[in-house]
Write a protein that binds this ligand. Structure first.
Ligand code: 1OR
Ligand code: 1OR
Length: 265
């Protein structure tokens, strides 16, 4: 992720940076929504609550950090007011990195990554449905992988640990009809091109891969691992489930029954 990518979590790297270590007590408001951004913070220890204002007097708890992670990057990256309030929920220690150093050292890596995946997100209806903060977290979690023509990306029946978004090229989804004991060869069931995704089904159903997927020509995909999927793709679940309902009707049309998909549920 962001901190990993920048190496900031590495104590050796951290010791070379002008980091200010701060100890905090429960209730300490480290960042106040609406303020100008001064520091970026990396959590060393402790729990921190995230609040977002609902109106001028009230705020809502929207999440928390537990002993790891970072916050305060948005205002510094995008020159905008703080988007949330961060309050220490326990005793804790955070490292602060001042605005100038943050922009000089960290911004280059993280911003380039976010820029790199901006096009992918714009071209993908599902990811486009995320808000800016959610999209940026997805960008931080993605990594690209390239495949040669005919290379198998996913094998039917395997355990799943990630999903894929097609950046360049195309893939072929093929399936062995398990309902037919005589079936020996795979049948192509769909193709997915740029802006499309695959490999989400097993992560949603927590079952083995339902089909195999092969590259058609040189293909580049952005990969999201299962941990990031569970952390970040919640808001896309409705779209993904609608997509899975589509599989169901196609399945009936191609194989004549829904045995495969009902096996999956
Ligand atoms: P910042 O510089 O704007 C507040 O200062 C920090 O809170 C922000 O950077 C992020 O690092 C962090 N929306 C916006 N900022 C968030 C959120 C968030 N969560 C943490 N931060 N959302 C919460 C999602 C659980 C979306 C709320 C609608
Ligand atoms: P997965 O994690 O199961 C294989 O790994 C991927 O192939 C799967 O996620 C889906 O992204 C994709 N129609 C279209 N795409 C499918 C289908 C499908 N099954 C898997 N994938 N089906 C309808 C067939 C006419 C089959 C549904 C079981």
């Amino acid at each position: 992720m962001f901190v990993k990518a920048t190496g900031l979590a590495d104590p050796l790297v951290a010791s070379c940076l002008p980091l200010n270590v701060a100890t905090v007590k429960p209730g300490h408001e480290i960042i106040t929504q609406g303020d100008d951004g001064d520091n970026f913070y990396v959590i060393d220890s402790g729990k921190y609550d995230i609040y977002v204002n609902t109106d001028s007097k009230n705020r809502k708890l929207v999440g928390n950090y537990n002993d790891e992670g970072f916050f305060g990057e948005l205002a510094l990256m995008y020159n905008m007011p703080r988007a949330a309030t961060i309050v220490a929920a326990t005793d804790g220690v955070v490292w602060g990195l001042d605005r100038q150093t943050f922009r000089r050292i960290v911004l280059k890596t993280a911003f380039n990554k976010r820029k790199k995946y901006e096009k992918l997100i714009e071209g993908c209806d599902m990811l486009k449905s995320l808000d800016m903060y959610e999209r940026m977290n997805v960008c931080d979690a993605l990594s690209s992988q390239t495949f040669k023509d005919k290379e198998r990306i996913i094998a039917q029946g395997d355990k799943a640990d990630c999903m894929y978004f097609v950046e360049e090229g195309e893939v072929r989804v093929a399936m062995l009809n398990k309902a037919d004991p005589k079936a020996t060869s795979e049948q192509e069931i769909s193709r997915v091109g740029p802006g499309g995704f695959f490999g989400e089904l097993a992560l949603v159903t927590r079952k083995p891969r339902a089909a195999s997927v092969y590259a058609i020509g040189p293909t580049k995909c952005a990969v999201l691992d299962v941990y990031a999927f569970e952390r970040l793709m919640g808001p896309c679940m409705d779209i993904m489930k609608r997509n899975i309902d589509n599989y169901e009707s196609q399945l009936t049309a191609i194989f004549g029954d829904k045995t495969n998909i009902s096996d999956l549920r």
